[in-house]
Design a protein around this ligand. Structure first.
Ligand SMILES: NC(=O)c1ccc[n+]([C@@H]2O[C@H](COP(=O)([O-])OP(=O)(O)OC[C@H]3O[C@@H](n4cnc5c(N)ncnc54)[C@H](O)[C@@H]3O)[C@@H](O)[C@H]2O)c1
Ligand SMILES: [Zn+2]
Ligand SMILES: [Zn+2]
Length: 345
């Protein structure tokens, strides 16, 4: 079978690989029908994630059809259509029992990280019973690819941790796929104001069509003043950080209102300052989270009932054979206007 293999920093290749095999009774083999590329795959390719060994197939998102199940798998059989969660979970350890699947003692983020991932014709899914979701009849499977990672990430780490409530004001720093996913799911709660902040005018234009009430290009350094002007000098109740650099984390501290929450979503590769000298009396909360994908079944229902339309995030489509081109398009998002690309087997 073909798969996209990480070959060390800056190197990747579409290669012929052996067909994955059942290794544990709880495994399933899934034939991938649609997958996508994540910003995290680009981080891996830059060499930012040293836990990924050269030779690993990348990808932690996708939908497919069950090809084979281990003898311990009872909920799925060959031919079932499934959504793959980016987080694998045993469902039984202390962390899983608390709904913190991302910290599962036996799994967690494995796909395209510590084991072969989904950017291939077939993938082995550990703990299949608790790491796959059955796709109901008639669902838009392309839209569901967005539920493997980015929608639960924006919702759990941004909206839920940020405690978005009716009538509140929200600022989302970073209008990439994850920030836009937070924008879409924040609207479940009818906030009064959702201010989207980015450097890329195209992404801000997209944000407007996704429901942002205001957009701010922070390139001129006036983002704090702009947010203060929009909020009558108060700042926002919820500041969601969806970039992952020190400057945007500090921006969140500058725009959060007294009593507000900073929900960090971004993956930070360097240390970032917390200005307690200014914030100690500000009654704020700062949260962090690795996506647990505990809300995926709920999000699936909102897609099924058309309350949520994640297919809006899809800008390009490719065949697996054209994977190198798909990466190139995704990597050059500023000029290609790519958000999420779908890759079909
Ligand atoms: N916590 C989790 O579990 C989890 C899961 C998935 C992704 N993430 C992280 O979420 C973050 C966002 O992911 P993404 O795929 O949307 O990334 P992305 O790179 O596509 O988007 C980031 C956006 O931030 C904007 N940006 C960059 N610098 C900026 C600045 N100084 N001010 C304002 N905007 C700026 C970019 O223009 C871009 O639109 C990443 O750090 C990613 O690693 C976290
Ligand atoms: Zn991802
Ligand atoms: Zn577990």
């Amino acid at each position: 079978m073909k798969g996209l293999v990480y070959r060390g920093p800056g190197k990747k290749a579409l290669e012929d690989l052996p067909h994955p095999r059942i290794e544990a009774a709880t495994d399933a083999i899934v034939k991938i029908t649609k997958t996508t590329i994540c910003g995290s795959d680009l981080h891996i390719l830059k060499g930012d994630v040293p836990t990924v060994m050269p030779g690993t197939v990348l990808g932690h998102e996708g939908v497919g059809i069950i090809d084979e199940v281990g003898e311990g798998v009872q909920s799925f059989k060959k031919g079932d259509r499934v959504l793959i969660s980016c987080i694998s979970s045993c469902g039984k350890c202390d962390f899983c029992r608390r709904g913190m699947y991302s910290h599962c003692a036996h799994a967690g983020w494995m796909l395209g990280h510590t084991i072969h991932g989904t950017q291939a014709e077939y993938v082995r899914i550990p703990f299949a019973e608790t790491s796959l979701h059955r796709i109901p009849e008639g669902m838009d499977e392309e839209a569901l690819v967005m539920l493997s990672d980015i929608l639960p990430t924006g919702y759990e780490c941004g909206v839920l941790n940020g405690k978005v409530t009716p009538g509140c004001s929200v600022a989302i720093v970073g209008a990439g796929p994850v920030g836009l996913a937070a924008l879409l799911t924040a609207q479940f709660y009818s906030p009064a104001e959702i201010i989207m902040i980015d450097l890329d005018d195209n992404r801000l234009d997209v944000a407007k069509t996704f429901g942002a009430t205001k957009v701010v290009n922070s390139g001129n350094g006036n983002a704090v003043d702009a947010v203060k002007a929009i909020t009558g000098g108060m700042g926002v109740d919820v500041a969601i950080e969806a970039v992952g650099i020190p400057a945007t984390f500090v921006l969140c501290q500058d725009i959060v209102a007294a009593g507000g929450t900073i929900a960090n979503v971004g993956v930070h590769g360097t240390k970032a300052d917390i200005h307690l000298d200014r914030l100690w009396a500000h009654n704020i909360t700062i949260t962090t989270r690795l996506v647990d994908t505990v809300t995926t079944p709920m999000l699936m229902k909102t897609v099924q009932s058309k309350k949520l339309n994640p297919s809006q995030l899809i800008t390009h489509r490719f065949k697996l054979a054209d994977m190198m081109n798909a990466y190139d398009t995704f990597q050059r998002a500023a000029s290609t206007n790519a958000l999420k690309v779908i890759i079909e087997s």
